[in-house]
Design a binder for this molecule. Structure first.
Ligand code: IMP
Length: 430
């Protein structure tokens, strides 16, 4: 029986939370392997809405083990407050059902401050980050000066590491006109939180290895999307981690062959938050209509998402770089009632036809989409639970997308409710 990795095939917000929650019924363990609390996953369970940022989506289900892998950057304050918020909604969370890799790097307030100071300094050229300190935290990780969860159990090492960290950060803070920090301003809050954090810490690679030996089913939950990947996305308008399925192994401490079936999530149209190229973006009534019907506002920041037609070129690229085996198509119902639909099948750039998004920032901004038009449908697809319930034009649309992106649909989601899901191919059975 395969494990499954769920990753976004666009620019995030594809509806991964619902799909992970739906699949987690069949899994024993749900693992986050990259990103941090920049992610926003909305789950609707029995009419209750849960908003998750950092915790794995399996957390709302009883009897599942949730794991935050070493590839995640963890903000201790955000971690504890998300636990408190979910507990207030009646979700049982304890260290025996939630484990955090002891070697994961921490996001500190100085990271969020730097993230925001940089964005302010960039002005119109800003990336449009979530302002949560994700980028600066990953920079410190790569530069080998990050504070890790395990350091909270070793106050002497922590003090030394904070001194080294501040040598770097205070220089930057001076440059941005921010007040410098004394070591105790960083150490004291961490030591205060340590007794609440350390019970969750563990060598999760060991736990995962044991779970594998026992034949437990593991679900790897990606955040953001392939086009926000630090290597494969629309750089520099990307997040600071690898979001593709290959990261599931490194970011959890498990071999690549254990990742199993890779399920890519894509909306039936396209959205993006923050700045950066977006070839099929619509600046008209049609785009605004998609945003309104699709409730396209960020879970984390509340920002309005940019909306546009489905871009088959981008999704096909995400499928190739992400090793996606099958797709979950979400929000088909948002297209209900639209007379004509467009799908981008290629780009034009300086008189040439391109079948991929080029890497250069100027070229990415300069491509224009080549569209294929399709008939829409007037019937509602909302809440459909079988492929046979879909109008013929909707079936044709799904089939055409499969052809264009060169991957089969495994699931269709027809409303935020977990029951409104059409299974075409069981990812766990592969
Ligand atoms: P950061 O991850 O906060 O550094 O933001 C970098 C880019 O990724 C910005 O364009 C954000 O809007 C985008 N981003 C980060 N997390 C998410 C997400 O969960 N969904 C959609 N976009 C995201």
């Amino acid at each position: 029986m395969a494990n499954v990795a769920v990753i976004g095939a666009q620019w995030g917000d594809e509806g991964k939370g619902k799909i992970v929650d739906w699949l987690s019924e069949r899994a024993d363990v749900v693992v986050r392997f990259q990103g941090g609390h920049n992610a926003g996953h909305t789950l609707v369970v029995d009419n209750t809405t849960y908003k998750l940022s950092l915790l794995p989506s399996g957390i709302v289900r009883q009897g599942k083990l949730s794991i935050i892998g070493n590839g995640v950057v963890v903000d201790p304050v955000a971690f504890l407050s998300e636990i408190d918020r979910l507990r207030a909604q009646g979700v049982a969370i304890a260290p025996d059902t939630l484990r955090v890799a002891e070697n994961c790097c921490l996001i500190l307030p100085l990271h969020a401050e730097l993230d925001q100071a940089r964005e302010r300094a960039r002005g119109d050229a800003k990336i449009g980050t979530t302002g949560r300190g994700i980028g600066p935290a990953y920079e410190d990780k790569t530069a080998r000066r990050a504070i890790r969860l395990c350091d909270l159990a070793d106050p002497d090492a922590l003090a030394r590491k904070v001194d080294e960290l501040l040598l770097h950060h205070n220089a930057l803070r001076r440059g941005y006109g921010e007040p410098e920090l004394a070591a105790d301003q960083v150490v004291a809050p961490l030591m205060e939180l340590a007794p609440r954090l350390l019970p969750y810490a563990e060598a999760v690679w060991q736990r995962l290895s044991e779970l594998r030996r026992q034949g437990r089913r593991i679900l790897f939950e990606g955040a953001q999307g392939a086009m926000l990947d630090i290597d494969h996305g629309t750089y520099p308008y990307v997040t600071s981690s690898n979001t593709v399925a290959g990261q599931a192994a490194a970011g959890a401490g498990i071999g690549p062959s254990s990742v199993g079936f890779v399920l890519g999530i894509t909306k039936a149209y396209t959205t993006r938050v923050g700045s950066g190229p977006f070839p099929t973006e619509l600046h008209d009534e049609i785009g605004r209509g998609l945003g309104e019907r699709g409730h396209e506002f960020g879970t984390v920041t509340g920002r309005a998402r940019r909306c546009g037609w489905f871009d088959a070129v981008l999704v096909r690229q995400a499928i190739k770089v992400g090793g996606i085996d099958g797709l979950a198509l979400t929000k088909l119902d948002v297209l209900d009632g639209m007379e004509r639909l467009k799908v981008c099948t290629a780009y034009r750039h300086h008189g040439h036809t391109l079948h991929h998004l080029p890497a250069g920032v100027t070229a990415q901004a300069g491509v224009t989409p080549v569209y294929e038009e399709m008939e829409g449908w007037s019937e509602s697809t909302r809440g459909a639970r079988s492929f046979a319930d879909l109008p013929a034009a909707a079936v044709k649309y799904v089939k055409r997308l499969e052809e264009l992106v060169e991957a089969p649909a495994a699931l269709l989601s027809t409303s935020p409710d977990r029951q409104d899901t059409i299974l075409m191919r069981d990812p766990f059975a592969d």
